[in-house]
Design a protein around this ligand. Structure first.
Ligand code: ATP
Length: 694
């Protein structure tokens, strides 16, 4: 909610507070260019209630509608407590232009969703209108109560008014409960829709997006941004819609009671902005300095914790504590100044509203004594005026939440605007089982932003039905080549074909259905072992799952677990070792019974014994299908039908192990290097069934 100065910028990188001065630069004072750019400051945490002594009597009778503060410490409606909470306040600064922009952004974002929920929206609107009407009837009843019932000592009229009020109160309460329920459903549905939309979109984003975007960035759309959006959606009805309607109703009521007095009251209302206008720049600057000091303190703590060994070895504890105290004391002064100024921004509004009320009270009392308005009208007018002031405060409190949400919405829109490639061209054919070859035809490919192409005019034919190893120095493009067969990336130039058909002309689904892949880093999903293997083939029977696990040399381990195939693997398969995850991934690929098996460093997390066993199985499995195997470990490729050496974006050597050794080229050099090193780059393997392979 709080837009912080640059020293401590918002995690979401959202709209910057225009009033937040950059480091070392004081907040600009003086008038802004346009009234729309006038800065408003809302200390969030203690809700600015312009009504001295708390809520209007009307609100107390109807319900507690204190707006939730847009941070954890929500207001409890107790103003005394609010003052005690001042330390927790944060200053939110915004301009009218920003507020309008934020509301427009959110409206634009949710507009396409709303038609799905016409019924819910109608119910909520109805409820809000009923509640608003009651909140108009309440002060209006004072007029009749005072003028007609009490003034005339007409007890019948008194009972009549009280009865109407009681009935209206009961009906409104029932309607309020009813519509709040629908409001909650509506909010939940909108949030669910947006989350679904985001998730579905992320699923369809191309591999290039994930290659260039930090994972945290995508995740924060679902966490930080969704939280801000949820916040605004959840509080919209009670903190924006209802106060807005009540504000309009209150103004109409005031105009109805005495339009001259109403015009005077509304015309002098802007005096409430004088205080914030003078104090906001000072408060913003103090707030900024407080944050800078606090960031410095945190830095000291971080440094101290990291350097504990040095602190202890040189007995620096007292010295460090001295430095810390000095800085902490300086921070205390900044906090005190900032807290004071923040509360002054709020207090200035309270005082101005009080003065305003005194003026209205004085004029009203004068008119009443002169007999120009009745006492009932005078009291009702006052009540309506409180109502208006109160609802303005509510709306002001909603704006920081909306601004925060708008920044979040913009982030989500950015993600939704990421283009998703159209999966299939019109008339794309279903890929038949591969019979002849996979061919790279003059393929050039570079990753986005990279200067050098990874594949440079590469022409390569991979014969179907063979076991083919792709080897080469690290970074030579082995994984890229495999990913391109899967159509995770498209060539910049040239084409990849299967049996002569450009892979872009077949349906993505049929292309990927015919293949299975095992990556170096194998992600498992937070589900049972059985379900993880079954992800390879929808509807695979239990027997097929077990069979695949056996072939992947993991069945015996699974059977040693208390829950066997029903064992939950935890998030990302964290409860398993790297080798176990890899074998499960191999099982997931095997169960698919693919015509092309792609293995990208798939056995790198295994020890040599297990790797040899799996390689033997894989070679058996490869019969009748094409297996393309990228690896660093040349011992694994000795028995492959063909080995292709990739380097500098080209296939520089190809042949069987023996042929390549005889060639005395790059492969020979790689082989000798590995032999001399004794393959000591193997990772430790913690598999328990390493020595009891099946
Ligand atoms: N997502 C990516 N974005 C940008 N560049 C990438 C990306 N993935 C790989 N590269 C670069 O492309 C080149 C080829 O990478 P690739 O992973 O295909 O090589 P590799 O031969 O499989 O490497 P290794 O043997 O180390 O796994 C490398 O220079 C790498 O830095």
């Amino acid at each position: 909610m709080t837009r912080k100065p640059p020293a401590n910028p918002p995690a979401d990188g959202g709209a910057q507070s225009p009033a937040a001065p950059p480091a070392g630069e004081p907040a600009a004072e003086g008038a802004a260019a346009s009234p729309l750019d006038e800065k408003f400051a809302i200390p969030v945490g203690a809700v600015a209630s312009p009504v001295p002594g708390g809520k209007s009597p009307v609100k107390q009778i109807v319900q507690d509608k204190t707006p939730p503060a847009p941070k954890a410490a929500a207001d409890d409606g107790d103003d005394e407590d609010d003052e005690d909470d001042d330390d927790d306040e944060e200053l939110v600064v915004f301009t009218a232009r920003e507020a309008a922009g934020a509301l427009a952004t959110i409206a634009h974002f949710v507009r396409p969703i709303l038609p799905n929920y016409r019924k819910m929206i109608a119910i909520v609107m109805f409820g809000v209108v009923v509640e608003t009407l009651f909140n108009v009837i309440m002060p209006l009843s004072l007029k009749f109560l005072i003028d007609d019932a009490l003034g005339e000592e007409d007890f019948q009229e008194l009972y009549k008014i009280l009865s109407i009020l009681a009935i209206a109160g009961v009906i409104t309460s029932i309607v309020a409960v009813w519509y709040e329920r629908w409001d909650a459903r509506l909010a939940a549905s909108v949030i669910t829709d947006v989350r679904n939309r985001l998730f579905e979109h992320v699923q369809r984003l191309p591999a290039g997006y994930f290659a260039r975007t930090k994972r945290g960035e995508t995740l924060s759309r679902f966490s930080i941004d969704m939280a801000a959006f949820e916040n605004v959606v959840e509080i919209f009805a009670n903190t924006a819609m209802l106060p807005l309607l009540e504000l309009v109703a209150g103004i109409i009521l005031m105009l109805f009671l005495n339009w001259q007095l109403a015009v005077v009251a509304l015309l002098i209302f802007p005096i409430t902005l004088i205080g914030p206008r003078i104090l906001t720049p000072k408060a913003v600057q103090a707030n900024y300095e407080q944050k800078v000091q606090e960031a410095g303190l945190l830095g000291m703590v971080q440094e101290n914790v990291a350097a504990q060994a040095v602190v202890k070895a040189f007995s620096l504890q007292r010295k460090m504590f001295g430095f810390f105290t000095l800085r902490n004391n300086a921070t205390r002064n900044k906090i005190a100044e900032a807290v004071f100024l923040r509360s002054m921004v709020e207090r200035s509004v309270t005082v101005a509203v009080l003065l305003l009320h005194l003026v209205v009270l004085a004029i009203g009392a004068y008119l009443a004594t002169k007999g120009q308005i009745t006492v009932g009208t005078f009291v009702t007018f006052e009540s309506a005026f409180w109502e208006v002031s109160y609802n303005i405060a509510h709306l002001m409190q909603f704006i920081p939440v909306a601004i925060q949400a708008a920044a979040a919405v913009r982030h989500m829109e950015e993600l939704l605007d990421e283009p998703t490639p159209i999966a299939d061209r019109a008339g794309a054919a279903v890929l038949p089982r591969i019979t002849d070859n996979i061919a790279f035809e003059r393929v050039t490919f570079s990753y986005e932003g990279a200067e050098q192409p990874v594949l440079d005019n590469l022409s390569l034919k991979l014969k179907a039905g063979r076991t083919i190893a792709i080897v080469g120095p690290s970074g030579s493009g082995k994984s890229t080549l495999l990913n391109m067969i899967l159509r995770l990336y498209q060539p910049d130039e040239g084409r990849i074909s299967i049996d002569g058909v450009d892979v872009r002309k077949v349906t993505l689904d049929s292309l990927r259905q015919s293949m299975a892949v095992v990556f170096q880093e194998n992600m498992l999903f937070n589900m049972s072992i059985r379900d993880n293997i079954r992800l390879g083939k929808e509807g695979a029977t239990d027997e097929e799952v077990v069979e695949a696990a056996k072939k992947a040399e993991i069945h015996r381990y699974i059977m040693s677990l208390p829950d066997k195939y029903d064992t939950q693997v935890g998030e990302r398969g964290d409860t398993l070792s790297g080798g176990q995850r890899q074998r499960l991934a191999i099982a997931r690929a095997i169960v698919r019974d693919p015509s092309v098996l792609l293995l990208d460093e798939a056995t790198s997390a295994l020890d040599q014994t297990t790797e040899a066993a799996i390689n033997k199985t894989l070679l058996k499995l490869a019969r009748g299908r094409t297996m393309i195997f990228s690896t660093h470990r040349l011992t694994s490729v000795v028995e492959m039908d063909e080995i292709i050496v990739i380097s500098g974006g080209q296939a520089i050597e190809r042949g069987s192990h023996k042929e390549l050794l005889a060639k005395n080229g790059v492969y020979r050099k790689l082989w000798d290097d590995q032999k001399n090193r004794g393959y000591d780059d193997d990772e430790d393997d913690d598999d328990e069934d390493d020595d009891d392979e099946e």
